[in-house]
Design a protein around this ligand. Sequence first.
Ligand code: OOB
Length: 522
Amino acid sequence: MTDPIQTWPEDFAARYREKGYWRGETMGGFLHARAAESPDAVAVVDGATRWSYADLLARSESAAHGYLSLGLAPGDRVIVQIPNVAAFFPAVFGLFLAGMLPVYTLPAHRETELAHFARKSGAKGIVVTDAAFDYVALARKVQAEVPTLRHIITDPSGPATHLPKVDPSRVAFLQISGGSTGLSKLIPRTHDDYIYSFRASAEICALGPESVYLAALPVAHNFPMSSPGVFGTLYAGGTVVMAPDPSPGTAFPLIKAHGVTITGLVPPLALLWMQAAPKTAHDLSSLKLLGVGGAKFLPEAAARVRDALGCQLQQVFGMAEGLVNYTRLDDSEDTITQTQGRPISPDDEVLVLDDDGTPVPDGTPGNLLTRGPYTIRAYHSDPAANARSFTPDGFYRTGDIVIRQNGYLTVQGRAGDHINRAGEKISAEEIEDHLLAHPQIFDAAVVSIPDKHLGERTCAFVIPEGTPTATEIRAFMRTRGVADFKVPDQVVFVPEFENTAVGKISRKALRAALRAKMLENT
Ligand code: OOB
């Protein structure tokens, strides 16, 4: 099993250090610093639980000792599957302090996905919490499949031992990619690069000790984690409030109760909040900034945020691989409603290229490629994906089609075949593979269809062999041990797929043709 690495060419690394982007801080180190500066400030709120920075550090150190006392060692990977509860923080800061690498997963992931992450990362443990869903039982199933996953940890704590020195230039954790082809890839991010991304994000969002961030989206996702998210807030010495779910019914009372100043939502949720706000009895006036990202937020909806919610909108266009764009607080209303912002860093290099690799002029759509001080140069242990996703000179091919104008980007669509379902990226290929395992499915093609509520929904075109029903197929998908959001929203039976005169067409062309036909008929 290869240890996760992430390296930039020497000259780039030197420049990123010289310019003060990479400061040699570590995830555990910054928590120490905040706890020393303001031990009594409130770091995390979750229901009746309120932890000061000193509490959070003490719990995190105890967790670090706990991991080490199990026999886990610095450099080991540990899967983290914890919903939005306070325990998330000691679990991950404990790993950082012990020099171990969290492998983040979503609460929605099930055994098929977790087994893939366990194998791919070589994880020796998984840390979970007690919750309405039985994550321990799920972890046991995964362990049965991947025996190298030796430890199921529910309460990491242990007697004091020596904590290792952690190298800030090394990989801090593995994040999971949206995955446009097949299974999710693992994204190794270093302490230096990731801390830069959320420290600069916190500055862009003007966060400080008085800021209160509501973690409404699942915190394991890169957006609520670091854009500026929970880590940006803790870096700034602010308070993180954990929301068990992002519905207005849950979130609005929390905003009122804790004086939440900032949060982040995907577009479908922002729409829901805008609809609910005029009717709510809860005072939302503390909310100053709403970040919206993960999927395209249409200008018409964006223009209504201020009136509906009484706060400023910030568009956030980012990716777990690195690059994050923000509209700035002092941008014009037009820029804020009509663009997805501009990169965090002056050293984010952005290329907008036509399909032949030639730069297009501003105002013309093209493929977005990027490299910079917090964008990875490679996925973990995946030569094929790396060859596809990175140019020889280290640019990441984002798969997004954008227009650039005055340095600001507007997302037009994407080149790859994934479905962006309310911000969750779903690989068409991954779902097709599951469908093909059904004994009564001869062939299947999965496409995205525009959807009023989700932005996009998944539609599976199925050539049956026998007489399966849509309900059966959806139930079958549920037995495959995958996240519920991957179950096709719609199943359409077709007698055959169109072939061109020359024979079979590519999967990509087939999906495009099926999608076009579907849109024609609606
Ligand atoms: C965020 O990260 P991922 O890794 O789940 O997904 C990245 C992809 C982008 O390549 C793009 O296709 C899409 O999600 N996307 C947007 C968008 N923000 C992300 N498409 C249109 N408009 C936007 N505002 O989704 C993510 C990571 C950090 C911050 C924000 C989002």
